[in-house]
Design a protein around this ligand. Structure first.
Ligand code: AMP
Ligand code: MG
Length: 422
């Protein structure tokens, strides 16, 4: 279906074909490790987690008020009831509240034996010494059995699956586990990812710039995105365009990482030697996709290590990471490589292009009161414009056959937040 020898076929792979082929070649990590809850955020759950407790563990009050018997509440005259005690959160009432009496209760307090309803304190007339309460008939008439009572197990039932395996744990998922008294979770070990930038022109921020040199930006995008995903990142730094530097660096990194991510050096220029080095150390599964930016994306393998050679242009790096590398990493992490979220919105711009490749434009969304959500694009569409990435809050996606966009056309908008970038 796709070329195995460095893209000798004329037809470029579509993004969909490339992802399908690459996903087949990536196997989820199986090893897991226990981590304390506070370190479990963003990690992937290794197995189904059963609930071991009913939550809440006892019937309790949803309001501050008084627990009483519905049958004692009269709708023909005021109901006056003596207050025989209190059930505060963490301090249950001991004993049975008798018919014809009430107990003070706070939110979360255990419903004492006997009463079947809680009346909000705002709806009671309370004696100054709190020895009795009175309820007006029109309030009593509207009370229902079980009102303001949260039932044992209504939130979670013991024995059910609390959290499914493969879930990337969000704060609320970790909270659900905490609510069960679980102190540690079994999670998939982090993928080990090594990142290198290549190029003789690249300098680290903080260094002097010599003539013709530029500061390196790609590792900041890639390492930042990888850390957000929850990968364990090794920074290989900047590698010069020298086979004798690139080859040993990649060979070494491949022995101890799940994924090797490079940027630059996969195009057709004379210094583009990354591709050749991958082919020499392992094999290239495919090279070049029908996408813009990011066409020279290279996918290969060195022994058991997956190698992703991304192009050098900063915009290509971010776009190809989000749309191509990210799903592969999610699968490796043991979670679902879900499609990015897409919104159908109206274009607030004109754009001319040649059909053939799928294209992403750096975009922003705003809500127009009359016309609904409107996408605008950054004026500079160069794949070198880092400023466009910082300006944007998402991407407009143009399908392969799109021949251009006119203002008012419907376009697909991919918010960065749906791609793991907030
Ligand atoms: P290449 O794919 O190596 O031919 O690089 C394409 C373009 O991206 C060139 O203009 C490079 O200078 C630029 N580039 C490559 N790597 C980086 C990087 N790490 N940071 C910023 N720009 C880069
Ligand atoms: Mg280069």
């Amino acid at each position: 279906m796709f070329p195995t020898d460095c893209g000798s076929s004329d037809r470029l792979l579509t993004l969909g074909e490339a992802i399908t082929a690459a996903l087949k070649a990536v196997q989820p990590i199986r090893e897991s490790e226990p981590v304390p809850l506070m370190e479990a955020f963003n990690r992937v759950l290794a197995s189904d987690l059963p609930a071991r407790l009913d939550v809440p563990p006892h019937d309790n009050s949803a309001m501050d008020g008084f627990a009483l018997y519905l049958a004692d509440a009269r709708s023909d005259e005021p109901t006056r009831l003596p207050v025989v005690g209190q059930a505060l959160a963490g301090h249950p009432y001991r004993g049975v509240v008798p018919r014809g009496a009430a107990a003070r209760i706070t939110t979360g307090g255990v419903i004492p034996d006997g009463p079947d309803v809680v009346v909000m304190q705002e709806q009671c007339l309370i004696a100054s010494d709190e020895s009795w309460i009175e309820i007006e008939p029109q309030i009593a008439a509207r009370l229902k059995s079980g009102e303001n009572i949260r039932r044992r197990g209504e939130d979670v039932r013991a024995g059910t699956v609390l959290l499914p395996r493969g879930l990337r744990l969000r704060p609320q998922d970790v909270a659900l586990a905490a609510g069960q008294g679980i102190a540690a979770l079994d999670v998939i070990r982090r993928p080990r990812v090594a990142v290198a930038s290549t190029g003789d022109e690249l300098r680290e921020p903080g260094m002097e710039l010599s003539p013709g040199a530029i500061y390196e930006t790609n590792r900041y995008v890639l390492i930042g995105l990888l850390r957000r995903l929850g990968c364990a990142v090794t920074d290989l730094g900047i590698l010069r365009d020298d086979r004798d530097i690139v080859l040993p660096a990649l060979r070494e990194a491949a022995t101890s990482h799940d994924v090797l991510l490079t940027s630059g050096g996969v195009s057709v220029g004379t210094a583009d030697l990354v591709k050749d080095v991958i082919a020499e150390l392992g094999r290239i599964e495919f090279w070049r996709l029908a996408v813009k930016p990011g066409k020279p994306v290279t996918f290969g393998r060195i022994q058991d290590c997956v190698v992703l050679g991304l192009p050098g242009n900063p915009v290509s790096v971010m776009v190809s990471f989000l749309l191509f590398a990210r799903p592969l990493l999610l699968k490796l992490m043991g979670t679902e490589p879900a499609e990015p979220s897409r919104l159908r919105v109206m274009a607030d711009f004109a754009f001319r292009r040649k059909p053939g490749r799928r294209e992403w434009l750096r975009a922003r969304l705003r809500l127009d009161p009359a016309r609904g959500p409107l996408a605008s694009i950054y004026p500079n569409n160069s794949s070198g414009a880092v400023s466009s990435l910082s300006w944007a809050d998402g991407l407009v996606e143009l399908p392969e056959d799109c021949a251009g966009v006119a203002p008012g056309d419907a376009v697909d908008y991919l918010p960065f937040s749906g791609l793991g970038v907030e």
